[in-house]
Design a protein around this ligand. Structure first.
Ligand SMILES: Nc1ncnc2c1ncn2[C@@H]1O[C@H](COP(=O)(O)OP(=O)(O)O)[C@@H](O)[C@H]1O
Ligand SMILES: [Mg+2]
Length: 427
């Protein structure tokens, strides 16, 4: 079997979401064919595919047909069943492998793996019943975070528990499913390290990204992250050992909490990642091209950052009155609009993102926030009210992300603490 595949070959992708779409865009640009297994004709990657195989992501027979149509198979989500991947590994190279997905897709297995390789992580305990949850809370302490072991994303299947009287309700909230209870980490910053690893073990690292989440969902990413070089170096070493110990092939994202100068691994994603969308436009080689290169066994591309960048997610809430007027984005020369072609905007659904390139990423973030504010204001003139019911005049409020950036990783502990209080009160 050849170890690399040149243009003209076919990349098979199980999953048809925005990650698959952006992989397909890059693969096609490079002259590859793309097959996509996805349930619906209007899934984001389907219009970009040369061949669409309709099917659910656990449909073994459809996955076999996909494998037969392709030279290599990859996934756009870690939730494709590992058993299905082992079935098709007999037919074609599958990257990431079934073994990698088996370790990652169960948060309990993932935590055990991280422990085995001595990666630093929050205190955590596996729980299978409400009685075990109560016992685990004694070990982990309050506040803590309960996360279902399977199929979580964008904060789904999670509950923050502040006191013992919330245990029962939290257990209900995660669907009474096998879960992990983790200590709540009072982090100063969230960062992610993205790397690509080739079948021969070669690796390329992207500049670490600084991430701001709102209600447990990624809101914005800044690159390069405003962190000290030594911290970035430590973060890379942690990510490197995870990729090597997994024997991973493809893009890998490691989300980490930064507390002082200490890093703790939050979670690992064996694929291109939302916090790496900035690379698509800001780096010589995007994370999507890099993933395609890695799974095809090609030499890896140059990950270097051409210009500092900020990425802001666009959620379905902006569509509440129809398509937004994109002029505030399109009229700014430093802004690039990415829309995923999703036909059903829903509140909280990721519909696209905006990338801003600016030598001053803090200014880019402020401009990006103002851009989002004007998109939201335009959609909701005369009807929008803040969660407290008071009308918000555009530009009068320091947005949480600006506060987050002003505190940054370099601020004094007391400043960070005060800012954290302010952040949680602004949501
Ligand atoms: N143990 C924790 N302590 C503090 N915040 C947390 C913790 N776990 C998760 N969060 C917050 O919730 C976000 C989403 O959680 P994560 O475990 O990454 O799940 P998902 O798979 O939904 O991304 C994190 O990026 C972070 O902002
Ligand atoms: Mg996450």
């Amino acid at each position: 079997m050849s170890t690399h595949h040149l243009p003209g070959a076919t990349v098979g992708i199980i999953g048809g979401g925005q990650l698959a779409r952006m992989m397909a865009l890059e693969a096609r640009r490079m002259g590859y064919r793309v097959s996509v297994l996805a349930p619906r004709a209007d899934d984001p990657a389907v219009p970009l595919a040369d061949l669409w195989i309709p099917g659910q992501l656990d449909d073994v027979e459809a996955a076999q047909r996909l494998a037969e149509s392709a030279d290599v198979v990859t996934v756009d989500s870690e939730h494709v069943p590992a058993s299905l991947l082992s079935d098709i590994e007999r037919l074609r190279p599958v990257r990431p492998s079934a073994a990698v997905l088996r370790t990652i897709q169960d948060r309990g297995e993932q935590r055990r793996f991280l422990e085995r390789i001595s990666a630093p992580q929050p205190r955590c305990v596996a729980v299978d019943s409400v009685a075990e949850l109560a016992e685990a809370a004694n070990t982990v302490g309050f506040p803590c975070v309960l996360k279902s072991r399977h199929a979580g994303y964008d904060g789904k299947g999670q509950a923050v528990i502040r006191s013992a009287d919330q245990l029962e309700a939290s257990w209900e909230k995660v669907g009474r499913a096998p879960s992990m209870l983790e200590e709540f980490v009072p982090f100063d910053a969230e960062i992610s390290v993205l790397l690509a690893r080739a079948p021969n073990g070669e690796m390329r690292f992207y500049p670490a990204a600084y991430n701001v989440h709102r209600r447990h969902v990624l809101h914005a990413t800044m690159a390069p992250a405003p962190i000290e070089r030594s911290v970035e170096q430590d973060a890379r070493e942690i990510a490197r050992s995870i990729a090597e110990e997994l024997d991973h092939v493809g893009m890998l994202a490691v989300e980490m909490f930064l507390v002082g100068s200490k890093l703790l691994v939050n979670e690992v994603a064996p694929r291109p990642h939302n916090s790496g969308h900035y690379t698509f436009g800001a780096c010589a080689t995007s994370q999507f091209e890099q993933h395609v290169r890695a799974v095809l066994g090609l030499p890896l591309g140059d990950p270097s950052l051409s210009r500092p960048a900020v990425m802001l997610n666009l959620f379905g809430d902006l569509w509440r009155d129809g398509n937004p007027d994109w002029m505030p984005v399109l009229s700014r020369p430093e802004a690039r609009l990415h829309l995923y072609g999703k036909t059903e905007p829903r509140p909280g659904r990721k519909m696209g993102h905006v990338l801003l390139l600016d030598d001053d990423p803090h200014r880019a973030l402020q401009n990006g926030e103002a851009m989002l504010d004007s998109l939201a204001a335009d959609r909701s003139r005369n009807q929008w009210s803040s969660p407290t019911g008071s009308k918000r005049a555009a530009g009068t409020r320091l947005s949480p992300i600006c506060i987050a950036l002003k505190i940054g990783a370099f601020s004094r502990p007391a400043t960070r603490k005060a800012a954290r209080r302010q952040l949680s009160s602004t949501g």
